[in-house]
Design a protein around this ligand. Sequence first.
Ligand code: TYD
Length: 210
Amino acid sequence: MRGKFIVLEGGDGTGKSTQLSRIQDVLLEKGIEAVTTQEPGDTSLGKKIRAILFEEIMDPEVELFLLLADRRHHIKHVIEPALARGKWVLCDRYRDSSMVYQAMARDQDAGWVYEWHIRAGIHLVEDITFLFQESMDITLQRRKARSVGTNRFDDLPLHFHRKVAESYLHLAKGNPHRYVILPKGETPECLTQRITDILMERFLGEKGSR
Ligand code: TYD
């Protein structure tokens, strides 16, 4: 049976990346094999694209074309093969990151971003998307504390990060069948429990422990 495509979305410093391996571990305890991956930059080609994206200043349209190249390659070489082997794929960011960062948070309609995905042959739809949220104070502290992985997106002004958070919420509320909006201020332990309970219930019909 085909695996499930599970995406974690949210602003920088909302705690998504910490959850990836935690969720993977809990799923494994339950006998479900999951692979963790991220965008941009999971593949060898993707790492090169990521470096260009983070080092060079460019228009949002050019950013999108690089992200689409990374995404198409990532789907073909990592995501689809894992799903076809029945594995669940836990992906840190996917298409909605482009909708938000390249368009909505810059006060642009995201329609063109969606269109370019179709033109690039990217049709894979998420089975479920978790929206991570955290207060602006906490995300700012976390971004400042990052010594590695700092990128020029992290350094964008606070009002941009505020727009990112608002745009995600808007997107999530408009797609309630696919999105789960996570609460702010929960411990990592509680979040892992909440997420894995939801996954078990949604995909295996098992009631969680909450
Ligand atoms: P990363 O260091 O992976 O941070 P995070 O842990 O917050 O995901 O940086 C990814 C950055 O790239 C992040 O600031 C968002 C940005 N990004 C886009 O602008 N568009 C996209 O489509 C994706 C996938 C990421």
